[in-house]
Write a protein of this length. Sequence first.
Length: 301
Amino acid sequence: MSVLTSSNYLWVLFSTLLLGVASGLVGSLVYWKKQSLMSDALSHAALPGVAIAFLLFQVKDFFILIIGAALSALLGAFFIMAIKEKTRIKEDTAMGMILAVFFGGGIVLLTLVNRYSSGNQAGLDSFIYGQAASMVESDVKIMSALAIGVILIVMAGFKEWKLFLFDPDFGKGLKLPITALNTIYLFLLVVTIVIGIQAVGVILMSALLIIPPVAARYWTHSFRNMLLLSGFFGGISGAIGTTLSAFGDGWPTGAFIVLISGIIFTFSMFFGSKKGMVVEFTILRSKKKELQSYSVKGGRG
């Protein structure tokens, strides 16, 4: 149990909890924007940037690596929009193409880094599957600061996000800067992805953006409550997943975080108070009984 009292574990726990909250909030925007595949595409598109940043600077500085990841992810987003606008290819197809090409390129670059670099590249593979234990204090501080920034921006613009997601035409009539909000939305998505790829990994980071809001949807019809629940589910997943991975040597943090998210989703799917399968089955059975009772009374009358 000594691992749970170490300062390194507590710092990492704090950062992954914040990451989970930020992912849940941004994931709710992605959910209502109907761009779940975009989060998957951009998280995979970030990998080449990590390898290129290391090749250019030959240091494993977290800030430099996430700058490279962010630029690579933004480039992927640019290609997706360009393919959608300039060709007849649909958006989801463009996302799938960029996901595969960028991730494949990232794997090739990481292979080259591992084969030809001077030896200080150890740990870069953690960006694929996630390993919070490889983070140092400076990494945690950067990750936490950026996650707090994302959380504050999402919460501060709650009213604007509602118009942006549900009634953009009405927002335009109120002179709401829809284009600027779309840029901010994309920026928040990219930042959330790149700060989480070392702890969760590029393969599973999209799951942390997708699963919490879907789980929250089973409990509420309110956008505000969904944001809060999604952030809570993401935070809990980050905290518990990090704690479980801390007990093993080299256990991937991202896998445990996503596993906990999956458990929360499964519970919500069955027992959610608004759309849960058990609740819907109970309501349906109750309506059938009422209908049968009404039919019997009508027949007697």
